[in-house]
Design a protein around this ligand. Structure first.
Ligand SMILES: [Zn+2]
Length: 84
């Protein structure tokens, strides 16, 4: 993933100098803190921390969809057996 950031103060060119992956071990979670240095000519020279997070899926992982469908079918079959 390639990300460009701007200085939040002067909106000048900024670079990511370091990052912390805070959700490395957690499935379906992504949260990184990005340490950013303002590099703009005549810029403010601020250092800042950005948060980069995963929000939600547009299409969920394929394997999850299939196993979800399987579970629904199994539940329906069980209901049909009980209903007889
Ligand atoms: Zn700046």
């Amino acid at each position: 993933m390639s990300v460009r950031v701007k200085c939040p103060h002067c909106k000048g060119k900024a670079v990511i100098t370091n990052s912390n992956d805070l959700a490395k071990e957690i499935t379906d979670v992504f949260y990184k803190e990005l340490y950013v240095q303002c590099m703009a000519k005549d810029g403010c020279g601020a250092r800042s921390v950005f948060g980069m997070e995963f929000k939600h899926y547009v299409n969920p992982p394929q394997r999850d969809v299939i196993s979800m469908a399987r579970k629904i079918l199994e539940q329906q079959e069980q209901l049909n057996i009980k209903g007889v």
